[in-house]
Design a protein around this ligand. Sequence first.
Ligand SMILES: [Zn+2]
Length: 469
Amino acid sequence: MLLRIFLASLVPLALAATNEQPEPGTPVANGLPPPPSPLLLVSFDGFRADYLQQFHMPNLELLYRGGVLVEQLTNVFTTKTFPNHYSLVTGLYAESHGILASRMYDAASNKTFSLGGHEKDPFWWNQAEPLWLTALDSNYSTAAAMWPGSDVAIRNRTPTHFLPYDTSVPFAERLANVSRWLKGSEQEKGAMFAALYWEEPDRTGHKFGPDNNTAMAKALKEVDDHVGLLVSELRRAGLWGLVNVLVTSDHGMAQCSAQRLIRLDDCLDPSNYTLVDLAPLTALIPTQDPDMVFSLLANCHPNMTAYKKEAIPDRLHYRNNPRVQPIILLADEGWLIIQRGDKLLTLGNHGYDNNLPSMHPFLAASGPGFRQGFRTAGLSSVDVYPLMCHLLGVPPAPNNGSLARARPLLLSGEGPADVALVACVVVGVLLLLTSVTCLFGLRKPRGSRGPVPFQRLQLEEDDDELLLD
Ligand SMILES: [Zn+2]
């Protein structure tokens, strides 16, 4: 009897340690899970994390003051638009989802990928399944406005609603569609997941460089106005406060200069290689002796690192895919690789090492699933996917992210210390239960087993189980 009293006293302790409050998708006392809240994922392309400190953005500040802010989101390599937007909605590194760059070549099929070219060929996207498709399997309706890949029939499916990519469609029009899709109608249920993409401040960052305060202030004022419009549109539609809103970006931006150009022609004749991509990250296929070509490139410039495919560092997660070329060249921050000449085509660029703070975006979120006024220094962009799946109650596909790392952002989220405490308490309870069961099993005759107490006290399924890496 004393043992039973002791065990019963452990239950409230364990529950208190989780700081339990019902959250969307979490089973509650009556056994019925509350319906999850819809989720809107918004990306402003090329929004470098420290723009938040450099420029006044009242609407964005209001959003994260009432929610959460991740000051720097460590994105995936290469720090380009397509790879990172696909990572956000799959939780995969580029080597695992197959969208490795803005320009790619697949030797087996002899296909090429380039923006404004063949980017809508599902072949390039089929190595992964984005959330707007996975959520369909939970009987949800999904939507996307211009998010990279959302107008492609990936594995023969598209989101329920989408807009074909068109740069001329203004933000307000994209937003109006998203709002309508989320709201639904008498005839059609509202979308549970929607993604919205906007091209700025990337465009201005490329054209003027991130160090141009006047140009960046103007572009970021416009972005902040768009955030204000987003909130007021969701309010107008009666969705604000009901929808979990995540505002983020794909990468940052570095200042470039005509004094920081690396000319490949200074080191080797172009007849030695076939060029696949030329950016801060250059990809090429040697046409002559590969060791000779590599040696010339490796010694070409002190601000450029050459890697043979097999020696690309593990931390970049950029090696295990046939679409990675035999040699890649990576420029130091602010340097650009060109073939010849001295023309600087862009004052700002990205695609550099994803360790660099200048390449990192941020993440702000607000809504019923998030804490209020919470701020944290960092998170990985691959963690956003399991976080979104959790909020939606959608079983995640195998991914490289971790819900445990993102959990502190959640209203009912417990930090790692709390998780450890709960685990200790639960293990203790289970050990005691086992002892009690054995004891009663020995004393009681067969067939007289009572109900097992504390059945609902179970650890959540390990969210890292699906880790690929
Ligand atoms: Zn860009």
